[in-house]
Design a binder for this molecule. Structure first.
Ligand code: SUD
Ligand code: ADP
Length: 309
């Protein structure tokens, strides 16, 4: 085997219900993930040592300088985990081609970890009688990060626990989105901590999150208008406190006819639901002209999870 390339999607959270802080430092969630057509690619090549290189995909404005090329890279962690489980040395060069914003709330690092799990299993496992099943990869993904299993699965799915215990959600048709990236990322732990701080300041007790029935019905019906109205992110107030300029970004999308607008996960990327592919293209162009985002672009969902090319 010479080189293996895996393509892996970004996500947006259609509902992010954040429950109480657990003793292990994580929050119990109801996390409705939706995979969208913005992809990183990870190529794994046999090598005499583990190494990581990162490059930006053509036309992608991504802060690759903020991505570690050391063993801390989530893709490198994934490669070491696969090697450990198969009892081989992690002798692989990982080349990451990034289009997913870094620290943007679209789970780019988790995507790369998922891609590296699939690529390294393909390199090192026996294709005829694999020792690592799909469930093994999902479990290993959950050990790397809460969002990694979803990047393997793709589609639309609800995650509970830390967000790693997944059940696919039935969804009809295709939804059209616009994503507006920001200059500079937001740290996921800092946004969760700010969410806790705001709740404490307001005397709010963290609710036990429940999946939104309106959201599930909108997905099943393929009803974009109803989906737009049902989008919800409990981390949004925290992201807006840490990055007040996102209020203008969200307002600009709503003013230009978005069916729904929210911060994606821990942010700072903002997501807008459009009526159609044409509406998404127009909305992206309008946001690019409005000086409220680093870059706005259209994408659609749902799309499959990590896929061998
Ligand atoms: C917020 C979300 C929404 O999907 O993603 P992003 O928007 O950042 O991509 C996720 O919950 C992020 O998942 P992920 O980025 O995999 O986080 P992890 O590495 O597992 O955890 C990083 C840190 O986030 C916080 N964390 C994460 C998950 C969770 N259920 N509760 C938490 O409090 C903890 O402080 C943890 O130490
Ligand atoms: N392959 C990777 N791609 C991006 N970031 C990575 C990667 N590996 C480790 N990281 C680290 O993880 C942090 C969060 O990355 P990312 O997954 O892009 O953000 P988010 O959690 O907001 O979706 C980055 O700031 C970076 O330091």
């Amino acid at each position: 085997m010479t080189a293996v390339t895996v393509r892996v999607p970004a996500k947006v959270n259609l509902q992010l219900g954040v429950g109480p802080l657990r003793d292990d430092g994580y929050h119990d969630l109801v996390n409705v993930f939706h995979a969208v057509s913005l992809f990183d690619e990870v190529t794994a090549v046999p090598a005499d040592r583990l190494s990581v290189t990162v490059e930006a995909a053509p036309d992608a404005r991504v802060a690759i300088e903020a991505v570690p090329t050391t063993g801390d890279n989530l893709a490198a962690r994934a490669a070491r985990l696969v090697a450990e489980r198969l009892g081989v040395e992690p002798l692989v060069g990982l080349r990451i081609r990034k289009a997913i914003p870094v620290a943007g709330g679209m789970a780019g690092g988790s995507a790369d970890a998922a891609a590296a799990l699939v690529a390294c299993a393909r390199l090192w496992d026996d294709p005829d009688t694999p020792r690592l099943s799909r469930d093994d990869l999902m479990e290993m993904g959950g050990a790397i990060g809460s969002d990694v299993p979803f990047a393997l699965l793709g589609g639309t799915a609800i995650g509970v626990g830390r967000g790693e215990r997944l059940t696919p959600v039935p969804a009809s048709g295709t939804f059209h989105w616009v994503f507006a990236t920001a200059d500079g990322g937001l740290s996921t732990p800092a946004v969760y901590a700010e969410c806790d701080r705001l709740r404490e300041e307001r005397g709010e007790r963290a609710p036990w999150p429940r999946a939104s029935e309106e959201l599930m019905a909108a997905l099943a019906d393929g009803d974009a208008k109803a989906l737009g109205a049902a989008l919800h992110n409990d981390l949004q107030p925290a992201a807006l406190t840490l990055r007040p300029s996102l209020r203008d970004t969200l307002a600009a999308g709503r003013d230009r006819g978005a069916l729904g607008a929210l911060v994606s996960g821990s942010g700072p990327t903002c997501a807008f639901l459009a009526e159609s592919g044409n509406h998404a293209a127009d909305l992206a162009a309008a946001l690019n002209g409005a000086d409220v985002a680093e870059q706005a672009f259209a994408a659609h969902g749902p799309v499959p999870g990590a896929t061998l090319l």
